[in-house]
Design a protein around this ligand. Structure first.
Ligand SMILES: [Zn+2]
Length: 425
């Protein structure tokens, strides 16, 4: 149960396709769907499964390896279909498109360009290639570039699919040198609550000891608001090129800060025994109602997923696993008595109407996230929380290194630790 796992990441990109060749890709994903449907049809007809790949391949005009992968997927689905004995279910063939699965250097290829982009080449048909450049989140881009240039990484299978009519490429990469500890083999769970101007961390151990840290970064909020105002102004003046420049500058600033904050979260986490870092899964949240205005505000005001992603991949480079929990009521539940209700929160203060417990509200949320993480990912019980430690606050400074008492710097992989100022609360 406690095997380490190779570090595997799925990286998502949008495809900027050259010379209107998008329709070729669309057509290929439709043919993948036919291959899938045809496989299901033949299997239901009772033909020998071993003969299916050959029969399907003759019809669909896809790269051989791609056809094989689609057929294998369909047969997997058939196997489950029989296993569950669910014959009353309608046929699971569908219309539309199906992800085009391709092996690296067979069905698709990637290369670094002189501009620092990554160019792709996808075989939509045998000898018929679609070319262009990948676009996407910088965290995904960074890892892919590393994977393309380092022997420690292996680039694996990719899927081409259409998301809201836009073509995407999802690439699997594996770091063969790095393993990540199994989540179950943890002794400390760290809840991370990400906000517009801070991130709150709480570490819960198996045996009731815990620590809390709030990292303030008001300058991110400040700069984002400042850039927002500036962009509005140039936009109104019709100066689009300046608008784009400002956007780029803001992005770089925010990205740089988020990298630093995420680095610090991982450093802080490393001091604990067998840590597992737990985040709120915001994907779950978007689909649900009733998460309240605080959540909505948070969603729109900070690149949460970027910070979570940066932290998660930096953690995995240290062998530290990450877990994801449903954020439902994490900011309303009282960490002491478990009572949960929508409270009218006075900024950063949490007050429980049942037991009277008062606390820094983001710290409360981080405790709840850690508690949920233990319930979801660990086989030990949630420690009884009779009292919570003082909230310690740190704030990053623009420059200069200052005292950082609980952080070990020595083993950081090639990263300089920058200024962290201890501020007591
Ligand atoms: Zn309470």
């Amino acid at each position: 149960m406690t095997d380490t796992q190779a570090l595997v990441k799925t990286l998502d990109f949008q495809l900027d396709v050259q010379s209107n060749n998008e329709s070729l890709l669309k057509d290929a994903t439709r043919r993948a769907r036919s291959a899938y449907n045809e496989t299901i049809r033949l299997a239901k007809e009772g033909v020998d499964w071993d003969t299916i790949p050959g029969r399907v391949a003759a019809d669909v005009d896809l790269v051989r390896n791609t056809t094989q992968r689609v057929v294998a997927k369909a047969l997997d689905a058939m196997e489950n279909y029989y296993e569950y004995d669910d014959f009353g279910r309608p046929s699971h063939t569908k219309d539309g498109t199906y992800p085009l699965r391709a092996n690296y250097e067979e069905g698709y290829n990637l290369t670094l360009t002189e501009d620092g982009d990554v160019a792709f080449r996808i075989s939509a048909k045998p000898y018929k290639h679609v070319k262009g450049v990948l676009c996407g989140d910088s965290a995904h881009y960074d890892i892919l570039k590393t994977a393309l240039t380092s022997d420690d990484w292996k680039i694996g299978t990719a899927e081409v699919l259409f998301q809201n009519e836009n073509p995407e490429l999802h690439v699997t990469v594996t770091n063969t040198e790095q393993t990540v500890r199994d989540k179950l083999d943890s002794r400390t769970v760290i809840g991370v609550d990400v906000n517009e101007d801070n991130v709150a961390l709480t570490a819960l151990f198996e045996d009731d000891v815990e620590d809390t840290l709030v990292i303030d970064f008001p300058e991110i909020k400040f700069e984002r608001h400042r850039y927002f105002t500036m962009r509005k102004r140039v936009q109104n003046a019709g100066k689009d090129s300046i608008h784009a420049t400002l956007e780029g500058r803001e992005k770089r600033f925010v990205r740089d800060r988020l990298h630093k904050v995420s680095r610090y979260i991982v450093e802080w986490s490393r001091q604990f025994d067998k840590p597992c870092i737990v985040f709120e899964d915001l994907k779950e949240m978007r689909d649900s109602i009733d998460y309240g205005t605080r959540m909505n505000r948070r969603l729109h005001h900070l690149p949460f997923r970027t910070l979570q992603y940066y932290t998660s991949y930096k953690a995995s480079f240290e062998g530290i696993p990450t877990g994801w929990i449903d954020p439902y009521k994490t900011s309303q539940r009282c960490p002491m008595c478990g009572h949960a209700e929508r409270v009218n929160r006075n900024k950063k203060r949490f007050k429980c109407r049942s037991c009277g417990h008062q606390d820094h509200s983001d710290r409360s949320a981080s405790v709840n996230i850690a508690v949920k993480g233990i319930m979801k990912h660990q086989d030990w019980n949630v420690p009884g929380l009779n009292s919570l430690p003082q909230v310690r606050k740190v704030r990053r400074q623009a420059s200069g290194a200052v005292d950082a008492p609980t952080v070990t710097h020595d083993a950081m992989r090639g990263h300089q630790t920058d200024g962290i100022v201890g501020v007591s609360n």
